[in-house]
Design a protein around this ligand. Structure first.
Ligand code: AMP
Length: 191
């Protein structure tokens, strides 16, 4: 099974690009943010727990997130490939992912990071907030907190896979098609 990590700050276009990539490659898209929002919508215990953190732009604790991701990966154990979006977001999650995959004879094939600067991110997320219905997209201080959390806790994930020779950067500003084509080039080189 091919395992791709689509990486980048909130609002960098991971969800948009993942939707196009799964269509082209016939892979499964797993977004931990979407999974949490589903749990919140259905008011589950997991959703209530996640909401405490998401509402402030903080990360949901690793043990909760990793457990949820493990279940989802098990459900798709016969998929041709998986695109992970929004996971892993900490080095501990990366280590847990590698252990999980190792147990089933799989491994991360590559991490592709979308490069977008802070002000562009704030602009995009605020615009998305008008239609996304996401409380964490509407408040600028929560958006800036999410960017700070990304810098402090998530960017080390890039280096973690870079040390294994698996990380690549792609420019995340441009037309959706242009960015998509650049992502496909990287994926095709890694398949
Ligand atoms: P996203 O849709 O990826 O921007 O995620 C929205 C929110 O869900 C984040 O701000 C976090 O609160 C939470 N979240 C999503 N994925 C993770 C993760 N891998 N680890 C911890 N929290 C997460």
């Amino acid at each position: 099974m091919t395992i791709l990590i689509l990486f980048g700050p909130p609002g960098s276009g991971k969800g948009t690009q993942a939707a196009k990539l799964v269509e082209k490659y016939d892979f499964v898209h797993i977004s931990t943010g979407d999974l949490f929002r589903y749990e919140i919508k259905h008011n589950t215990e997991l959703g209530q727990k996640a909401q405490e953190y998401m509402g402030k732009g903080q990360l949901v604790p690793d043990e909760v997130t990793v457990g949820m991701l493990k279940n989802k990966l098990e459900k798709h154990s016969d998929a041709k490939g998986v695109i992970l979006d929004g996971f892993p977001r900490t080095v501990a999650q990366s280590e847990a992912l590698d252990t999980l995959l190792d147990e089933t004879g799989n491994k991360v094939d590559c991490l592709i990071a979308l490069n977008v600067d802070d002000e562009e991110i704030v602009k995009r997320i605020k615009a998305r907030g008008k239609t996304s219905g996401r409380a964490d997209d509407l408040d600028e201080s929560i958006i800036r907190n999410r960017i700070q959390v990304y810098k402090d806790e998530t960017t080390p994930v890039y280096d973690y896979y870079d040390k294994k020779g698996k990380s690549t950067k792609v420019e995340g500003v441009g037309s959706i098609e242009e960015i998509f084509n650049n992502l496909c080039d990287v994926i095709d080189q890694n398949l």
